[in-house]
Design a protein around this ligand. Structure first.
Ligand code: FE2
Ligand code: FE2
Length: 648
C-alpha cells in the first residue's frame, strides 16, 4: 500500500513537474565492470538489466563533486559497479525512456569502433554545423567518443551553453560513452573545470601540478583500457603539468608495453604536438611524445584538437598525430592560404580545412582511421566532399614487437595519367615488406605531396597545361621507407585555372574606422556609400597569354546595377584590418569593368580579362553605382568569390 502510494505520487510529480525529468544524459567508462551515468533533473535513480523492460538493479544517484554551476541542476551521478564484461545492458533513468549501454570488451579483445572530435560547441552558437557533426557520430554507432577538449565554449558564449552542449550530444551520449580531455576553454575565468569534472566520473583519475585551484584536484588526466588498446589522456599545460605527466604516463605506457593484452597505446589531449593550422604544435609536447614513441613500439597514435581543422602526420618517432578540431565550432583560418603554415610541412601527410569527426576502428593487427566529411561551412572549406563520405583514410599496423629495420621493396610500374586540367591519377604495383606495407608516399617534382594507403592516388592540386614528374616510395609500420620508384611524367591538358578569393572585405564610408573582413557578405551600394576589396593569388599562368578571366560572385541581393570593378594601386591590405579609411584606392590607370544588373540567388559572371595580367596577387575594388544595394557572398561564406582564368 505504501509502495503503491509512492508510485502514484511519482507519476503525479512527473506529469506536473518540470519540463525535464532528466536531461544532459551521458556516461563514462569507469573500468572493465563499472560505468558511471551523469544527468540533470528531478530523477534520482537509474535502473538497469539484461533485457529490454526488465530492470533487475537500481542505483540511487549522488550529488557530484565538484558541483557544476552552469545551471541550478539538480545534477546527479550514479556509479554502476559489478557489471558483466562485454555485455549489453538496458537502462532507464527514473521513469524516463529506455536506453542501452555496453560494458568494455575482455582484455585483449578487438574489433570495436570509437569516434574522435574536438572543438565542439553547441547548437545555439553553431546551428548549421555542430548538430550535423554529432549526428554523423551517432550514425557511426561507436562504443565511445573521445572528445579532445574545447567542449562547450561556455566561457565565451555563456553558461546556458554548457547545459545545451550536454543536451546536443545526447544523439549519441545515451548509447556511447563520453570520454573527454580538457581544452583551454574549460578553464577560463568565466567558465571552469567544476562544470566538467563534476559531469564525468573518469577512470584512473590523476592530479596534475598547477591545475586551477577552483576545481582542484583530481581528474586532470586519466587512462583506461578498452579491449586491446590502452588510452591515456594528457592534461592542459599548467605549470609543471606536462613534465609530471611525462614521467607518470611513461610508467603507464611501460605497463601496457609489457602486457600481453595490449596491442596499441593511444594518447589524447587538446593541444597538438604537430600542427600547421591556426595553433602551431607545442615543441614541449612534441619532445615528450616523440620520446615516448621512440621507446614504446605499441605507442602509435596521438589524438588532439585546438586547431579547428583536420590534419594527419606521417609517423613521428613511430606515432601518427591526428588533429580533429572539426567538432562543430567555426574553422580557424589564417589569411592568404587558410593555414598558418601555407606550405604543407614535410611531416604533414594530409590536411583539410573542413569540419567533421574521425572514426577509429581497432582490430588485433591494425588501427583504421577515417576523417568523415562534415557539414559545409563554418568558414571556407578547402576540400569538396559529400557529408558522411570519407575524406582521408589511413591504417596503422601493429609493430609486432618492434625492432623492424627492413624497409619495403621499391614500388614498380608507376603510371601518371592527366585525366583533367587540374587532375592527375597515379597507379603502381604494390611493394612487399617483412612486417607489412603501411602505405605509400608520393613525390611531385621532388617534393612530398601526399600519402596513400592503397596503390593509387589522385593529385587535384595541379595546374592546366603543365608537366609534372612523380615518384612513389613505400613505408612500413615502423616508419622504414623504401627507395623512390622510377619516375612517371604527364602533362595536364589546357583548361581554366580556378582561384578562390584569398581575402575580401566590405568598406563603408559611414563607418570609416570599422573592419568588416569577417563578414560573410560583400555589400555594394551608392547610398550609403559601400564597396569591397577582393584579392586572388594568381599562379600557374607562367607567362602564357590569358584568353579569358571571369570573376564569379554569388549574389545574395539583386540590384539594377551591381557595381563596377577596378584594380587597386597596391595589394598590401589585409582583410582582418582594412577599413574605408585605410583601403587602397582604385588604380587610376586601371580599366573600369561594370558588373551590370544582378539578381539574387545565382552566380554572377563578370569578364575581367582586361584586369588580369598574369601571375601574382590580383587586388580588386568594387564601387557601388546604385542606391539599390547589391550583396555578394564573401570568402567567409560557403560560396566564396572565384576567379576563373583560361590559358591556352
Ligand atoms: Fe577550440
Ligand atoms: Fe583550444
Amino acid at each position: 500500500m505504501l509502495l503503491h502510494r509512492i508510485h502514484a505520487a511519482l507519476i503525479l510529480l512527473t506529469l506536473a513537474g518540470s519540463t525535464f525529468a532528466a536531461d544532459e544524459i551521458h556516461w563514462t567508462i569507469k573500468g572493465r565492470t563499472a560505468i558511471t551515468f551523469d544527468w540533470r533533473g528531478s530523477e534520482t535513480s537509474i535502473s538497469y538489466g539484461l533485457s529490454s523492460g526488465s530492470y533487475t538493479a537500481t542505483v540511487t544517484a549522488v550529488t557530484p563533486s565538484p558541483l557544476p554551476f552552469s545551471s541550478s541542476g539538480p545534477f546527479r551521478e550514479a556509479r554502476l559497479t559489478g557489471l558483466l564484461e562485454d555485455t549489453l545492458y538496458y537502462y532507464r533513468i527514473g521513469t524516463g525512456p529506455e536506453g542501452t549501454f555496453r560494458t568494455p570488451p575482455l582484455p585483449g579483445a578487438s574489433g570495436f569502433t570509437a569516434y574522435l572530435e574536438a572543438d565542439i560547441g553547441t547548437s545555439l552558437n553553431y546551428p548549421s554545423t555542430m548538430p550535423a557533426v554529432q549526428q554523423l557520430i551517432a550514425n557511426g554507432a561507436p562504443a565511445f567518443v573521445l572528445a579532445a577538449g574545447d567542449l562547450t565554449y561556455g566561457n565565451a558564449h555563456g553558461q546556458t551553453r554548457v547545459d545545451q552542449h550536454f543536451n546536443d550530444v545526447m544523439v549519441w551520449s545515451t548509447r556511447a560513452a563520453y570520454m573527454p580531455a580538457w581544452g583551454n576553454h574549460e578553464w577560463e575565468p568565466s567558465d571552469d573545470l567544476r562544470n566538467y569534472k563534476g559531469r564525468f566520473d573518469l577512470p584512473n583519475p590523476q592530479t596534475s601540478p598547477g591545475s586551477p585551484a577552483i576545481s582542484c584536484c583530481g581528474e586532470d588526466w586519466y587512462w583506461f583500457d578498452y579491449g586491446n588498446v590502452r588510452f591515456i589522456a594528457y592534461p592542459e599545460p599548467w605549470s609543471g603539468a606536462w613534465s609530471d605527466w611525462s614521467t607518470r604516463a611513461r610508467a603507464v605506457m611501460d605497463d601496457a608495453q609489457a602486457s600481453a593484452d595490449i596491442d596499441f597505446i593511444v594518447t589524447f589531449g587538446h593541444r597538438p604536438a604537430y600542427s600547421s593550422g591556426h595553433h602551431p604544435g607545442s615543441s614541449t609536447l612534441k619532445s615528450i611524445l616523440d620520446s615516448l614513441g621512440a621507446t614504446h613500439t605499441k605507442y602509435v597514435l596521438n589524438l588532439n584538437g585546438h586547431s579547428h581543422n583536420y590534419e594527419r602526420t606521417f609517423p613521428q618517432s613511430g606515432v601518427v598525430h591526428i588533429t580533429a578540431g572539426g567538432g562543430g565550432a567555426s574553422l580557424e583560418q589564417d589569411t592568404q592560404c587558410l593555414w598558418l603554415t601555407c606550405t604543407q610541412p614535410s611531416w604533414s601527410a594530409f590536411r583539410a580545412m573542413r569540419l567533421g569527426p574521425v572514426r577509429l576502428h581497432f582490430t588485433a593487427s591494425y588501427i583504421e582511421g577515417s576523417f568523415i566529411c562534415g557539414p559545409p561551412g563554418g568558414g571556407t572549406n578547402d576540400v569538396a566532399c559529400t557529408p558522411g563520405s570519407v575524406v582521408d583514410s589511413w591504417v596503422i599496423f601493429a609493430s609486432g614487437g618492434g625492432g623492424d629495420k627492413e624497409p619495403p621493396s621499391i614500388p614498380t610500374r608507376l603510371t601518371a595519367t592527366a585525366t583533367g586540367p587540374q587532375r592527375v591519377d597515379l597507379a603502381w604495383q604494390p611493394s612487399t615488406d617483412d612486417t607489412g606495407v603501411n602505405g605509400y608516399q608520393i613525390q611531385r617534382d621532388g617534393s612530398s605531396v601526399g600519402t596513400s594507403p592503397t596503390t593509387t592516388w589522385t593529385d587535384t592540386t595541379v595546374a592546366p597545361s603543365t608537366t609534372y614528374e612523380y615518384r612513389v616510395s613505400a613505408m612500413d609500420a615502423a616508419g622504414n621507407v623504401s627507395g623512390l620508384s622510377d619516375p612517371a611524367s604527364t602533362t595536364t591538358p589546357a583548361g581554366p585555372l580556378v582561384f578562390i578569393a584569398a581575402e575580401d572585405a566590405t568598406l563603408k564610408q559611414g563607418s570609416p574606422a570599422r573592419n568588416f573582413g569577417a563578414s560573410p557578405r560583400l555589400e555594394i551600394d551608392a547610398s550609403p556609400v559601400e564597396g569591397a576589396l577582393i584579392k586572388f593569388p594568381v599562379a600557374g599562368v607562367n607567362g602564357r597569354p590569358i584568353s579569358r578571366a571571369v570573376l564569379r560572385l554569388y549574389c545574395n541581393n539583386g540590384s539594377d546595377r551591381g557595381g563596377e570593378i577596378q584594380k587597386t594601386a597596391t595589394s598590401s591590405w589585409a582583410q582582418g584590418s582594412v577599413t574605408w579609411a585605410t583601403a587602397p584606392a582604385a588604380d587610376p590607370s586601371s580599366p573600369v569593368v561594370p558588373i551590370g544588373p544582378v539578381s539574387s540567388g545565382r552566380w554572377i559572371d563578370v569578364d575581367v580579362t582586361s584586369l588580369v595580367g598574369g601571375d601574382g596577387t590580383l587586388s580588386l575594388r568594387i564601387r557601388g553605382l546604385s542606391g539599390d544595394d547589391a550583396v555578394y557572398r564573401s570568402r567567409e561564406s560557403s560560396l566564396p568569390p572565384q576567379l576563373v582564368v583560361t590559358v591556352p
